[in-house]
Design a binder for this molecule. Structure first.
Ligand SMILES: *Cc1c(COP(=O)(O)O)cnc(C)c1O
Length: 353
């Protein structure tokens, strides 16, 4: 090939046309208040560190268990489902990728409500599928009739939703699943912060697939582990799609130890929920509209102009997430940090107003 050839044009045309998903900024070094990617402000359970240290030895020369059995048994026992209903992923994004590859073919239709997690659109584009984007109602409820379309192959529902932090009650999720001609992914990345969950819904509604992550509630975004709960027949198919060793040995050990320390999860969650309540009222007092959040972040719109506020905070090394969605004014999604971080953020914000 000629050296000057446009090698980037060798990729599939639908990939060349894509923008690609842009994750939140991960500033390196220095001191900053980082409230932009919904990481947990608290460290993982001390049991996780102990389990990891114990696992770092000569056994690392072996491949991990491709079926992640020990991890799946622990997750299954916790949720009251069978281990064959669980599939582990390299983060829940990997679970979402596996699901999209399994269900959405070229030119096929997949739906998601908007504004929501922007990765769904990227995953559909990677398959050269077609996205059916259905706006939430102004009070963040589902337009169920609008979601249902003939030929639909997959529906994604982030519940709690990002960026709004709002939830759809499990009975409404079940009703949507009953009416759909295809699988429904209930993305519970923030499920650890919500009062209600759909985690056992796949037992009665075999087209429901629930995804979970260790990145938010368990404070383990750095290890990359997630899982899904689905009907065993779906899990058996997904096993053909996933990479054989999609989860490394250390992640599986860390995830198992994290699940085994529910007391620690409850403790850190209560601190986050208390800070979330304080952050919500403070923002409302400053004139922002903030829906009641069921996650570890809040969505603030309608106060000071979002773009300028975002930039001015960033100059002070305070990172929040500026989110833009079609037909919506830009807004700020602010992760619930610890009390000192939220105080620092609020103080900087008040000085801007
Ligand atoms: C953070 C997040 C994920 C991804 O979680 P990972 O396990 O870190 O890949 C999935 N869905 C939503 C809605 C999220 O916010």
């Amino acid at each position: 090939m000629e050296r000057s050839a446009e090698v980037n044009q060798l990729v599939l045309p639908h990939i060349a046309r894509m923008e690609g998903y842009v994750p939140g900024e991960q500033p390196q070094g220095g001191t900053f208040i980082k409230l932009n990617t919904n990481e947990n402000p608290y460290p993982p359970s001390p049991r996780v560190k102990r389990a990891l240290i114990e696992a770092i030895d000569d056994r690392l020369r072996f491949y991990p268990d491709p079926a992640a059995r020990a991890f799946r048994e622990t997750a299954a026992a916790l949720h009251g489902v069978e281990p064959d209903m669980i599939l582990a992923g390299n983060g829940s994004d990997d679970a979402l990728t596996i699901l999209t590859r399994a269900f959405v073919g070229e030119g096929e239709l997949a739906a998601y409500p908007s504004p929501s997690y922007l990765l769904y659109s990227t995953l559909i584009s990677l398959q050269n599928g077609r996205a059916h984007v259905v706006p939430f109602t102004p009070d963040w409820r589902l337009n169920t009739d609008e979601i249902i379309r003939p030929g639909l192959k997959l529906v994604y529902l982030a519940n709690p939703n990002s960026p709004s932090g709002t939830t759809i009650p499990p009975d409404e999720v079940a009703e949507l699943a009953e009416r759909l001609p295809c699988p429904l992914i209930v993305d519970e990345a923030y499920g650890d912060f919500a009062a209600r969950t759909c985690i056992t819904l796949p037992k009665t509604h075999p087209n429901v697939i629930v995804t979970r992550t260790f990145s938010k509630g368990y404070g383990l975004a750095g290890i990359r582990l997630g899982y899904l709960v689905a009907d065993p027949r779906i899990v058996a198919e997904l096993n053909k799609v996933k990479d054989s060793y999609n989860c490394d040995a250390l992640s599986l050990v860390a995830g198992k130890a994290a699940l085994e320390d529910q007391a620690y999860l409850n403790e850190t969650r209560s601190k986050i929920l208390a800070t979330r309540a304080r952050l919500t009222s403070a923002l409302r007092e400053l004139g922002y509209q903030v829906p009641d959040s069921h996650a570890n972040f809040v969505w603030a719109t309608g106060g000071m102009p979002a773009v300028e506020t975002f930039q001015q905070l960033k100059q002070q090394n305070i990172f929040v997430r500026l989110m833009r969605y079609p037909d919506h004014a830009p807004g700020l999604r602010i992760s619930v940090g610890d009390d000192a971080e939220i105080d620092g953020f609020l103080e900087a914000l008040r000085k801007l107003s």
